[in-house]
Design a binder for this molecule. Structure first.
Ligand SMILES: O=C(O)COP(=O)(O)O
Ligand SMILES: [Mg+2]
Length: 217
C-alpha cells in the first residue's frame, strides 16, 4: 500500500445521505410555506456546506429568507433524522476496518461537526476513524486546505503518503490545494457534476470503495 493516511469525505463517499438531506431541506422550506423540491435537485446542492445548501434551496424555491435565519431550521430538522434513511455505501465498513489495520483514517466533510460525529457513531464506524473535522470549525471549509493540513499534522504521516478520497470537485480541489493525491469516488452522488479538469487532477478514480485496499498493486 502506497498510502498510510486516508482522508475521507463523508456525504457521497462514506454515506448515502441523499434522502435525509432532502427531507431536512424540504422541512426547512415548509416552515416558510414553500413546496418541496425534488430529491435530485436538493442532492445537486450538497457539498459546499449546510449554509450553501440552505441558500441554494431557498433560491430554487423562490423563498426570500436570510440563509442565516433558515440554517437553524434546516439543522433542527436534520439533527432529528440524521440516519433515518442514511446508510454506509456498500463495502465501507469492511474497507475502513481493513485500511485501519495499517493506516490512519480521517474524515473531512463540509457537514457541520455535530451531525458528522453523530452519524459516524450511529453507523458504527467511530472505532475505525481516528479523527473527523466538520465544515463549521475555525479551519473553514473545503476547498480551503486548512483542515486537511490539520489532519495531516495530527496524523504524523507525511503528506506524500496521504490520500484524499471524495466524490466531488471540492475534494479534489482541497487535495490539490494541500499538495496531496486525490481519489474520486465515482459511485458518489457528487461525481456526475465533477468537471473534466478536476477529473483529470485526481490521481485515482474508484468505482467501489473496496478498490482502495488494492490501490497501486
Ligand atoms: O456539503 C455538505 O454539507 C457535506 O458534504 P461533504 O460531506 O461531501 O463534504
Ligand atoms: Mg461529498
Amino acid at each position: 500500500m502506497i498510502y498510510r493516511h486516508f482522508v475521507f469525505d463523508l456525504d457521497g463517499t462514506l454515506i448515502d445521505s441523499r434522502q435525509d438531506l432532502a427531507d431536512a431541506a424540504n422541512a426547512m422550506l415548509a416552515t416558510y410555506g414553500a413546496s418541496p423540491l425534488l430529491v435530485a435537485d436538493v442532492v445537486a446542492m450538497v457539498g459546499e456546506g449546510a449554509r450553501m445548501l440552505v441558500a441554494r434551496a431557498l433560491a430554487r424555491a423562490h423563498v426570500a429568507a436570510d440563509p442565516d435565519e433558515a440554517l437553524p431550521r434546516f439543522l433542527d430538522a436534520y439533527n432529528e433524522h440524521l440516519t433515518s434513511t442514511t446508510t454506509l455505501y456498500p463495502g465501507v465498513a469492511a474497507t475502513l476496518a481493513c485500511l485501519h489495520q495499517g493506516a490512519r483514517v480521517s474524515v473531512l466533510t463540509n457537514k457541520p461537526q455535530r451531525p458528522t460525529d453523530a452519524i459516524l457513531s450511529a453507523l458504527g464506524i467511530t472505532s475505525v476513524v481516528d479523527a473527523a473535522i466538520g465544515g463549521d470549525t475555525s479551519h473553514g471549509r473545503k476547498p480551503e486546505p486548512a483542515a486537511l493540513h490539520a489532519l495531516i499534522d495530527q496524523s504524523g504521516v507525511p503528506a506524500a503518503e496521504t490520500l484524499m478520497v471524495g466524490d466531488s470537485w471540492v475534494d479534489v480541489a482541497t487535495a490539490t490545494a494541500a499538495g496531496i493525491d486525490a481519489c474520486l469516488a465515482a459511485y458518489g452522488f457528487g461525481y456526475p457534476a465533477v468537471d473534466a479538469a478536476h477529473r483529470h487532477q485526481a490521481r485515482w478514480t474508484i468505482a467501489t470503495v473496496d478498490e482502495l485496499t488494492r490501490l497501486g498493486s
